[in-house]
Design a protein around this ligand. Structure first.
Ligand code: NAP
Length: 538
């Protein structure tokens, strides 16, 4: 359906966790809102990433909305870390409960957004040919939205099934009796491999860089645990806000440097065994200096290396699975269910795609640079995303005086607090580059951003002005602060997608604020309570 030009207070781009809460919050504040969503369903990340084994890596009791006590009491998670279909059901349940669908336009991929300075409004067009107008534009486009294109030749030559984990067919893929290649061993590949291995005739995992992974300790939800959380939800959510990543994960209060090697070892082992919130990012909070002190980080890295050696029976495979050239936390720490154990199966082979990179696909499989060929029925690409900036740069965004976002970010993704862009008035980002985003509980961080944006729009309206634009200086200072904060840790020493290292030609800047979620909240609250003094209102 082609839409005639229509005027809204706010256009929200994206109908994932962020866009849906933005719609609810802004609509409740009395604004007319339209959500534009590229997919033919809501759910964002959880709509697209349907690959086998997909689940969250922050416990579901926490990886969920906190804004409604009714919702958090009503919904029951079946597992500690819910699988993707359950998270998607939850999102759909919330949308129905809050009657959100009537303001969501599906199959509406935003092609461009242009600020019309004269009329103080955004003109938003979709690839489907609609034009919509709005006073404000909120980009709820997700941090991991745009899949990378593989640097592998002849993708179209392969006559078997070729699938991207982030564009997984809704009807699923049948691996039974199939020879399968899985390319990529990040969080996605690590989740998918054990599940595919259970049904495939044979699975070849092509690994370029090994990652550090910990057992999730996923299990059916214990009714007592669920009850305990529900009885204490309000207090626990509040306590989570005081942490470094908006998550209660049993964070240690001591410095690892002050602990003896035996004490450190005991702590690491306890968390490895416990799983749940002590796993994954939670493991990085075992000691206060895990990402700051080289000797503590070395010990933690070595602990995982020894776990790999103890788990994987074939020493050559174990060695290949062991990260050696970077420390734990430098790249996204992974959580898994039987990942390392999977390589003890007789139907699983690990291939070193660093030593012998994949060159091209053939009609019947793939070929490495050395000329080695492998026959496959199915090839799965789990090769990652153009993170943090990809979705925003995919749209043609033009601010004041013809300023293009691509130009604005030529030398790095400058934002103010990950929320606003200088020269792009009345536009807000949710979990934008420069905010704690992917190194925090995303859902909680989304709620904070949406609440902040709603208050900011209220401020503009109350002031009788119609344009708000953050100053260039505030934006530049924040960008420097984000990078300085990261430089004070060991994290940027590794090539990671946090730095844009996985995308050829992408400017290398650390895109996540590492000062801690609690401190970050203080900063954004102060920016608001101080009367938005870094912004110009007109
Ligand atoms: P990723 O971490 O970027 O991993 C992509 C993998 O593909 C890497 O191992 C990469 O190797 C490999 N690769 C890329 N091109 C290749 C090629 N031509 N040949 C061989 N290997 C190639 O992407 P991801 O696994 O999708 O995860 C991205 C982020 O999404 C995660 O860090 C996490 O934040 C989020 N995520 C979370 C969960 C969860 O647990 N809830 C699950 C999935 C994803 P190199 O490392 O050598 O480049």
């Amino acid at each position: 359906m082609k839409q005639a030009e229509r005027d809204f207070d706010v256009i929200v781009v994206g109908a994932g966790f962020a866009g849906l809460y933005a719609l609810h919050r802004l609509r409740s504040a009395g604004y007319s809102v339209r959500v534009l969503e590229a997919g033919d369903g809501i759910g964002g990340t959880w709509f697209w990433n349907r690959y086998p084994g997909a689940r969250c890596d922050i416990e579901s009791m926490q990886y969920s909305y906190s804004f409604s006590e009714e919702i958090q009491q009503e919904w029951n998670w079946s597992q500690l870390f819910a699988p993707q279909p359950e998270i998607l059901s939850y999102i759909n349940y919330v949308a129905d409960k809050l009657d959100l669908r009537k303001d969501i336009q599906l199959n509406a991929r935003v092609a461009s957004a242009t600020f019309d300075s004269e009329n103080a409004r955004w003109i938003v067009t979709t690839a489907q040919g609609d034009t919509l107008l709005a006073s404000f534009c909120v980009m709820a486009t997700g941090c991991l939205t745009v899949p990378l294109e593989p640097n592998i030749e002849d993708l179209d030559k392969f006559e078997g099934g070729l699938y991207r984990t982030s564009r997984w067919p809704h009807e699923g893929v049948d691996f039974a009796g199939k020879r399968v290649a899985l390319i990529g061993t990040g969080s996605t590949g690590i989740q998918a491999a054990p599940v595919i291995a259970e049904v495939a005739e044979h699975l070849h995992v092509f690994q370029r860089t090994p990652n550090y992974s910990l057992p999730a300790g996923n299990r059916p939800m214990d009714p007592g645990y669920l009850k305990d959380w529900k009885e204490n939800y309000v207090d626990r959510r509040r306590a989570a806000l005081a942490t470094r990543n908006n998550t209660l994960n049993n964070a240690g209060k001591r410095s690892g440097r002050d602990a003896s090697p035996e004490e450190r070892e005991r702590e690491f082992e306890a968390r490895w065994q416990a799983g749940g919130s002590s796993s994954g990012i939670g493991f990085m909070y075992t000691f206060t200096d895990m990402t700051r002190d080289q000797s503590v980080n070395d010990h933690a890295s070595d602990f995982i290396r020894r776990k790999i050696a103890a788990t994987v029976e074939d020493p050559v495979t174990a060695d290949l699975l062991t990260p050696k050239h970077y420390g734990i936390g430098g790249r996204r720490i992974c959580v898994d269910t039987n990942y390392y154990e999977t390589f003890n199966r007789s139907n699983v082979t690990l291939v070193d795609a660093r030593r012998d990179p994949i060159k091209r696909l053939t009609r019947t499989g793939l070929e490495n640079v050395s000329g080695t060929t492998y026959p496959f029925d199915v090839i799965v690409l789990a090769i990652g995303f153009d993170g943090m900036t990809g979705a925003l740069l995919q749209m043609d965004i033009t601010g004041q005086a013809g300023l293009k976002l691509s130009e604005h970010w030529k030398n790095g993704p400058r934002t103010y607090l990950g929320l606003a862009l200088s020269g792009f008035p009345n536009m807000f980002l949710i979990n934008g580059p420069g905010s704690p985003s992917v190194l925090s509980n995303m859902v909680t961080s989304i709620e904070q951003h949406v609440d902040w944006i709603t208050a900011c729009i209220g401020h503009v309206k109350a002031s009788g002005k119609n344009t708000i634009n953050v100053s260039k200086t505030a934006e530049a200072d924040w960008f420097d602060h984000v990078n300085e904060t990261a430089a004070g840790t060991l994290i940027p020493n590794s090539d990671s997608w946090y730095l844009g290292a996985n995308v050829p030609g992408k400017p290398r800047f650390f895109m996540v604020y590492l000062g801690g979620a609690a401190k970050y909240k203080e900063i954004i609250d102060k920016a608001a309570s101080g009367g938005y003094e870094e912004f110009n209102l007109r």
